[in-house]
Design a protein around this ligand. Sequence first.
Ligand code: BYC
Ligand code: FE
Ligand code: FE
Length: 483
Amino acid sequence: MLDLINVSYDTRIPNNVGLSSDKRVLKALEKWHPGYINWWNDLIPRKFQESLIYLRTAVSVDPKGWAKFDYVKMPEYRWGILLAPKVEGRIIPCGEHYGEPAWQEVPGEYRAMLRRLIVIQGDTEPASVEQQRFLALTAPSLYDMRNLFQVNVEEGRHLWAMVYLLHKYFGRDGREEADELLRRQSGSEEAPRLLGAFNEETPDWLSFFMFTYFTDRDGKMQLESLAQSGFDPLSRSCRFMLTEEAHHMFVGETGVGRTIQRTCEAMREAGIDDPFDVDRVRDLGVIDLPLIQKKLNLHYTLSLDLFGQEVSTNAANAFNAGIKGRYHENRLDDDHQLKDATYPVWNFVDGKLVREEVPALTAINMRLRDDYTKDAAGGVGRWNKIIEKAGIEFELKLPHEAFHRQIGVFAGKTFDPEGNLLTQAEYEARKGEWLPNKTDGDFIQSLMKQVTEPGKYAGWIAPPKVGIDNKPGDFEYVKLHMA
Ligand code: BYC
Ligand code: FE
Ligand code: FE
């Protein structure tokens, strides 16, 4: 009897999908495996490959105890294939097949659409590891270095999750797509990653924290909508991925929060009240709040682009097909088909930004993006509490969605962070006030020094409130290989 909760270790690839009795897929995955290991080994600097990292590994899909913590060398990490438990009687939650039993096999008419979505999802996972490949060299502590590697191995596992679906359900073209996922590279000229934000650099730790807060949260929203898929294996795969995603966003939220905390403390100690007294704040070796706002502006807007066009027939087709649902589709109280519903989307009429009602079916991307914005606002509020508590007058804000966009109705036009339309010249002249400029980047780089003594932190960031796995403050999260 197949155990669908606990993970089986009887093949090289841990799994709860019965791989040992699915010879065809097992063979395909074993063939793909060495390419994956090569990709990993070429990517992460040598000395970290040989270090012992205190990582969690999934051993079950039971939400109460799915992870175990131990020291591992990353190339020996057990990347597994894990699907959340099957929900008996699950139905297709939306679209024209609403109410029919969820598909256990790929529905022929939607094969191409499904494959495309799985490939896009799969492409982002290794891309993020590529973007973060050099950060360990400047980690502000062993705690942070460990968190980086935890995020990286799990993004690697997310790639495995999508590759499993391609191998299992898409035959030969699925295998070809799986190979392509290892061939494309973030930022490459010849074979870039598919989505814009995944070809940008993650040059420093503040970017890493902003990325895991804002871009991993796009991951969360997209996974939430794929978790609503009528194609049950995709739904189950994404549901388990979401449990890991929560930690990535935790790393982002607390990372930015600790950066803010340290800045506020240093300002207090030095008797600086004015957050815009940037030069004096920087002389303290901490990141000024206006620069934190600029980084926020950058990463939030890059992430907004990942939701696609506001009005999208691709998205309408995916919803109608029952391949992709809305956020919490199964908890929404309507016809789940959007026959007569409308939804307000941004449009640009006579030089003015307005929200216009359009058929809700075409506004699926816009709606998910609105849900994202609400979700993203929560952490910003908590960051502001830290600033307020320190008695400093400054408020971080999500910029207007029109600002700094490359995709959708705002693309090709220039706006300020309040959403006022600017001429190209006005925008260029003021851009440096709203997005990190060269001086800002150089300043942050000057702070990026690796700290490797257990329990010690770089001067620009506060220690965390609690350790990982309840470990004490001076716990050695990474035993560095010295050579
Ligand atoms: N860049 O009708 P539209 C994560 C293309 S992150 C480049 O709006 P659709 C993670 C689009 O492909 C989550 N191209 O498209 C986070 C289309 O081209 P075609 C990743 C773009 O399909 C951190 C055309 O423009 N998962 O997991 O409605 C760390 C028309 O656009 C972009 C997913 O995204 C862009 N930003 O929406 C690690 C889920 N936007 O087909 C991991 C799967 C649009 O006309 N993807 N285009 O040639 C999807 O659901 C959808 O494909 C998208 C786009 C939401 C991305
Ligand atoms: Fe992921
Ligand atoms: Fe993630």
